[in-house]
Design a protein around this ligand. Structure first.
Ligand code: HEM
Length: 436
C-alpha cells in the first residue's frame, strides 16, 4: 500500500479500526517518540501475559520498570547468557554433525532460542526440572493459539479448544508462580545470575522487594514471549541470506576463524566480530523479525498537514522504512558493508528500526545481539550452509513475527578447521553452565 499510495496512508481494519501508517522521516521524528501506548488489539492479543506485564504499563510506570530491568540485562547477565548459549548451541551443532539429510534449521532455532532464553531468565532448573518442561509445553500452546484467538470478534465459547487454551493460560501462570516461589526460597538467590533472581533481588528505596511476585511473573513471561521467536526468526533469515551469498558467508567464516582461532566464543569476542555484526544488522534490515510497531493515539493529532483523530492506531512500518529508496541505495540487495562503522552512521534516525523506537522499544536488543552472534559464530566455525534446491522461501507474518513460511531446510556441510584439510573442528573447552 505504501508503494501505491505514498508515505502517509490510512486504512481500516474491519469497519471501525482506523489505521494510519507513516513512513515519512520528518513526521516520524516529530511524533514517534511521543506515543507511549499500545493499541487495543495488542492488548487483546497479549492479555495472557498478565495485567502486570510491562506491555500494559502506563508511560510513567514503564519508565521505572525499564530503569530497573535494563541494567539487569547488561554485563554479568550477558556473560551468563553466553555460557548458556554455548552449551545449547554446541548440543544443536553436534546433532547437525550426525544428520544424514538436510537440516530444518528454522525449527532448531526455535528450540534453542526458547531453551537459551528460558535458562537465562529462570536458571538451570528451567531445562532440568519437570516444572521447567511443563512451563515450556504450556507456553508454546498458549502462544500459538493466542493470535487466532485474538482475531475472534466473539470468543468461541462453544469450542473445547478455546477452553483448553484458557486452561493452559492459567496453568502457565501457576507454573511461573511456582518457579518464583522456589527461587524466593533458594538460599543462594543473591549469588545467581539468571534474570529472575536479579529481578527478585531488586529493592525499592526502603529496602523492600521492588517487584511483587505478580509483577516479577508477568515481567519474566513477557521477556520469554518477546525474546524467543524474534531471535529464532532473525537466525533463520541470516542463514538464508548466507546460503544465498557464499562470498559473504566465506568472509564471515574467515573473520570468525581469525578472531576465535578454534576456541568457543566468549562474550568479549563478540564485539570483535565486526563483519559478522554487519551481516546480522543487514539481515535485520531486509527481514526485520518484527516488521511493524503499533501505537494507540490518545489524543487528536495535527502533523505534517494531516489530522489524525484520537483512537486511531499509528503504524510504524519498519519493513518499509528499511527499503526506502531515498535512503538505501539498491534497497533489496544484501550488502553488509552498509553497516560498517563509517557507513552505518549516515542513516537518518528513523530509517532503521529492527528493535522499534521510543518508550516501547525492545528491552532485549543487547541480549538478542549477543545471543544471535554467539550462535552464528559457533555455527560458522563448524559448518557451511547451502539451501536445499527444492526449498521455497517465502516470508510470512506468523502472529507478529516474520517467518519463512515453509521453514528453512539447509545442507550443513562440515568445515575443516581454519581451512586446513582433514581435521574437523572440535572444541577442547567443555561448555557448561552448571556451576555458573
Ligand atoms: C532479533 C531479536 C529481537 C527483535 C528483532 C526484537 C524486536 C522488538 C520490537 C520491534 C519490539 C517492539 C518495539 C516497539 O513497539 O517499538 C520489541 C519489544 C520488546 N522486546 Fe524485543 N526483539 C528481539 C529480541 C528480544 C529479546 C531477546 C528480548 C528479551 C530478552 C526482548 C524483549 C523485549 C521486550 C520486553 C519488549 C517490550 C514488550 C512490550 O512492551 O510489549 N526482545 N522487540
Amino acid at each position: 500500500m505504501h508503494q501505491r499510495y505514498g508515505k502517509v496512508l490510512r486504512f481500516w481494519m474491519g469497519s471501525s479500526d482506523l489505521m494510519v501508517s507513516i513512513s515519512d522521516q520528518d513526521i516520524l521524528s516529530q511524533i514517534a517518540s511521543t506515543l507511549h501506548s499500545r493499541p487495543k488489539a495488542a492488548k487483546k492479543a497479549l492479555g495472557w501475559l498478565g495485567h502486570e506485564s510491562p506491555t500494559f504499563k502506563s508511560h510513567e510506570e514503564l519508565r521505572t520498570i525499564r530503569s530497573k530491568v535494563m541494567p539487569l540485562l547488561m554485563g554479568e547477565s550477558l556473560k551468563y547468557l553466553c555460557l548458556v548459549g554455548q552449551e545449547r548451541t554446541k548440543r544443536m551443532l553436534d546433532g547437525w554433525k550426525t544428520a544424514t539429510d538436510a537440516v530444518e534449521v528454522a525449527s532448531d532455532f526455535s528450540e534453542i532460542t526458547f531453551d537459551i532464553i528460558g535458562v537465562a531468565l529462570f536458571g538451570q532448573e528451567f531445562s532440568s526440572t519437570d516444572l521447567g518442561q511443563k512451563f515450556k509445553k504450556l507456553f508454546v500452546h498458549v502462544l500459538r493459539e493466542a493470535h487466532p484467538r485474538s482475531e475472534e470478534v466473539i470468543p468461541s465459547f462453544w469450542d473445547p479448544k478455546y477452553w483448553q487454551w484458557r486452561k493452559s493460560i492459567s496453568r502457565l501462570q501457576d507454573c511461573a508462580e511456582q518457579l518464583i516461589k522456589q527461587r524466593r526460597q533458594a538460599l543462594n538467590m543473591n549469588k545467581r545470575k539468571d534474570l529472575l533472581s536479579l529481578v527478585l533481588s531488586e529493592k525499592d528505596g526502603s529496602g523492600n522487594p521492588f517487584f511483587s511476585d505478580e509483577q516479577a511473573r508477568a515481567t519474566i513471561v513477557t521477556f520469554v514471549f518477546a525474546g524467543f521467536d524474534t531471535s529464532a526468526s532473525s537466525l533463520a533469515w541470516i542463514c538464508y541470506l548466507l546460503s544465498q551469498h557464499p562470498e559473504v558467508q566465506a568472509r564471515a567464516q574467515d573473520e570468525v576463524d581469525k578472531v576465535l582461532a578454534g576456541r568457543l566464543p566468549e562474550f568479549e569476542d563478540l564485539d570483535k566480530l565486526n563483519y559478522l555484526t554487519c551481516v546480522v544488522k543487514e539481515a535485520m534490515r531486509l527481514y526485520p523479525p518484527v516488521p511493524e510497531a503499533l501505537r494507540a493515539l490518545e489524543s487528536d493529532l495535527e502533523v505534517g498537514g494531516y489530522s489524525i483523530p484520537k483512537g486511531a492506531t499509528f503504524v510504524i512500518p519498519i519493513s518499509m522504512l528499511h527499503e526506502d529508496e531515498q535512503i538505501w541505495e539498491e534497497p533489496r540487495k544484501f550488502l553488509p558493508e552498509r553497516f560498517t562503522q563509517e557507513n552505518g552512521k549516515d542513516h537518518p534516525r528513523y530509517a532503521y528500526l529492527p528493535f522499534g523506537t521510543g518508550s516501547k522499544s525492545c528491552m532485549g536488543a543487547r541480549f538478542a545481539m549477543t545471543e544471535i552472534r554467539l550462535v552464528l559464530a559457533m555455527m560458522l566455525q563448524r559448518f557451511s550452509l547451502q539451501l536445499v534446491p527444492e526449498q521455497e522461501v517465502i516470508p510470512e507474518m506468523q502472529s507478529i513475527i516474520l517467518q519463512p513460511k515453509y521453514g528453512l531446510r539447509l545442507n550443513v556441510v562440515t568445515r575443516n578447521m581454519n581451512g586446513t584439510r582433514g581435521q574437523t573442528l572440535e572444541y577442547s573447552a567443555s561448555a557448561g553452565v552448571a556451576n555458573a
